[in-house]
Write a protein that binds this ligand. Structure first.
Ligand code: BV8
Length: 237
């Protein structure tokens, strides 16, 4: 095994499932009782802004009632202890728009699909921490325009900080994917890029994902069990 220094961890909805946050692809193809194309695209927002704002207001409120689970807490421990232990870096790249990684204690988190607890002004481009609803079109704290939208990357929009993600992958010795189906791109293609760049690849998931063939190793089970076990192994318990 090559000397392990830098670790990039990609997380998806499955790491928050045991905290009570619905995964994206639950049965029936509905997500929080909506079809994706009706609530998570710029076209949907243009067509029916109230529907989209209410959808995100509901989820923004819901995540504030949820707690991080042992998987979030274990990754936070790795994030804090690994640099001292191995002299390398840990980067958590998450597709999730909840703040459970941060509330679990993680410091180095990159939200490639945005965050529920931010609002983005379509008039002045400012982003503001936002915990309340947007349906009443509150004024932007920077420019006073009633032009705030969820700071969420919708389908057809470019995920955030892809350059930073690719730079981290080029330095990664290990790429770990946790709780994601690998169904959404470009997130779903990161494992292949990591492997092509020479990283070891590990998948921790409830079931095999679409990208399973690209992982050197797959461990199946609920994140709240297999993630703490993996972190203990890495930190030598
Ligand atoms: C872009 C914010 C380009 C919304 C999200 C055809 C082929 C390839 C790509 C495309 C295509 N057609 C269209 C595309 C592009 C599209 C895409 O990938 N579509 C898919 C559906 C085919 N992608 C995009 O549009 C992206 N942008 O491509 O831009 C571009 C180029 C130039 C210029 C401009 C643009 C943007 C994608 C981002 C969309 N936004 N989120 C919101 O959250 O409200 S994506 C959404 O899916 C969430 O972020 C979610 O996290 C993410 C991925 O889903 P997962 O996290 O994996 O969740 P899922 O439910 O699927 O899986 C859960 C997994 O956990 C399962 O495997 C399950 O087994 C496991 N699990 C469950 N419980 C547990 C568990 N594991 C462990 N423990 C448990 N307890």
């Amino acid at each position: 095994m090559q000397h392990l220094r830098n670790i990039v961890i990609l997380t998806g909805a499955g790491i928050s499932a045991e905290s009570g946050i619905d995964t994206f692809r639950s049965e029936g193809g509905l997500w929080e009782q909506h079809r994706v194309e009706d609530v998570a695209t710029p076209e949907a927002f243009a067509r029916d802004p109230d529907l989209v704002l209410r959808f995100y207001d509901m989820r923004r409120a819901a995540i504030q009632t949820k707690q991080p689970n042992p998987a979030h807490v274990a990754l936070a421990r790795l994030d804090r202890e690994w640099p001292k232990r191995a002299g390398g870096e840990v980067l958590i790249v998450t597709q999730n728009v909840d703040d459970l990684h941060e509330r679990g204690g993680a410091l180095n988190v990159l939200h490639m699909h945005g965050e529920h607890l931010n609002a983005w002004c379509t008039a002045c481009d400012a982003r503001h921490r936002w915990t309340g609803p947007l349906i009443q079109r509150p004024p932007c704290p920077s420019c006073e325009e009633p032009a705030l939208r969820p700071d969420i990357v919708w389908f057809g929009e470019m995920p955030y900080r892809m350059d930073d993600i690719y730079a981290a992958l080029s330095e990664a010795d290990l790429f770990v994917s946790i709780g994601t189906s690998g169904a959404v791109y470009p997130a779903g293609g990161l494992v292949r890029r990591a492997r092509d760049l020479g990283a070891q690849t590990l998948e921790l998931n409830l079931e095999r994902s679409k990208g399973s063939a690209w992982f050197h190793e797959t461990r199946l089970g609920p994140a709240s069990e297999i993630v703490p076990a993996w972190v203990d192994e890495l930190l030598g318990a």
